[in-house]
Ligand binder design. Structure first.
Ligand SMILES: Cc1ncc(COP(=O)(O)O)c(C=O)c1O
Length: 332
């Protein structure tokens, strides 16, 4: 049974794009369905080629997967031997502790600073010879805070090159260009740096499962070894191609979400909540007493608003104007 979005109330727990595919993207997907009886490429070449071309890289610098989650899984499979440490902030995207566990790695968590930033000094201090991978996210999930270029560059300089650094940019398209780290320059200098991105967020293709990583060719070749034959759908390629052709329209949607994020942040701060400035499509209510978190949990559930409850706060995806009104009303 297909559940219509209206039956779900406000689905604000997964940082999805509130808008369905653009008409041009929908048309491309419908066209691609005509050939649904045919297998996609045995191992994807055209899709990573398309993304690489967009980034200005040769195709061997990009690897695709079933969402960024699929790529992250392959990175951990390649670099984490049983018992090796994967250092990450806490809280972070749930996929990191979960997939580390799947590959037999050891999760090493470093608490966020009080203002919702990843504590790079503490993370560096945690790295030891048993560390295989360090994960950094910018913007960070669940707080939406960004890592500045200089902070990332400094972190990479002091990190042993035997440690793979995953820099997760799932929400990069929401970040103003001036606030983005220059990852293109950093991957040239640091062959242990892998940057991951996704089409699930700003591009609104979460159902199609398309993510990718870029970095130095040798590190990407190692990750590519784990790809599943016929593992990427033909719809993924059609969807990405159509999105690239509609960048201007997509940018308007991203701007709308960013504006709504500012409105939601201001309204929640006005109610007295501590909300870090988010550069993504979600906001994080932090610093609440347990009784207040419980009150919010009950209020959101009563009003049919699905949000993500974390140990230290509540993450709320930015939806449309009606969703913002519903969230603020429930919080009040
Ligand atoms: C920081 C971060 N990385 C990666 C992902 C995975 O996205 P996907 O597997 O849909 O590409 C998410 C999804 O919420 C995320 O928040």
């Amino acid at each position: 049974m297909i559940v219509h979005p209206a039956q779900l109330g406000h689905q604000l727990s997964l940082n999805e794009n509130p808008y369905g595919p653009l008409p041009s993207v929908r048309a491309a997907l419908t066209d691609a369905l005509v050939a649904a009886n045919r297998y996609p490429e045995f191992l994807p070449r055209r899709l990573p080629g398309l993304i690489a071309e967009r980034l200005g890289y040769p195709p061997d610098r990009v690897v695709v997967g079933a969402g960024a989650t699929g790529v992250i899984m392959h990175i951990l499979q390649e670099f984490v031997t049983p018992g090796a440490a994967v250092v990450m902030a806490a809280p972070t995207f749930d996929g990191y502790p979960l997939l580390t566990d799947t590959v037999g790695g050891r999760v090493v968590e470093v608490p966020l600073t009080r203002d919702g930033h990843q504590d790079l000094a503490a993370m560096s201090a945690t790295i030891d010879p048993g560390t295989a991978v360090v994960v950094l996210c910018s913007p960070h999930n669940p707080t939406g805070t960004c890592l500045r270029h200089d902070a990332l560059a400094g972190f990479l300089e002091r990190t042993d090159p035997s440690v793979t650094v995953v820099f997760d940019e799932a929400y990069i398209d929401f970040v103003p260009p001036g606030d983005r780290a220059d990852t293109a320059a950093l991957v040239e200098r640091h062959p242990n740096l892998v940057v991951t991105r996704t089409f699930s967020k700003a591009y609104g293709l979460a159902a199609l499962r398309v993510g990718y990583a870029f970095g130095a060719a040798p590190v990407i070749a190692r990750i590519r070894r784990w790809q599943l034959p016929f593992g990427m759908t033909a719809l993924a390629e059609a969807g990405v191609r159509a999105c690239y052709a509609a960048e201007a329209e997509l940018a308007l949607r991203t701007e709308t979400i960013t504006r709504e994020c500012g409105i939601l942040t201001a309204a929640l701060r006005e109610l007295g909540y501590r909300v870090p400035t988010s550069a993504a499509n979600f906001v994080y209510l932090s610093g609440c007493a347990p009784a207040e978190l419980d009150r919010l949990r009950v209020g959101f559930a009563r009003d049919g608003i699905q949000v993500k409850h974390c140990a230290t706060g509540i993450r709320i995806t930015v939806g449309d104007t009606a969703a913002t009104t519903a969230v603020v009303t429930a919080a009040r």
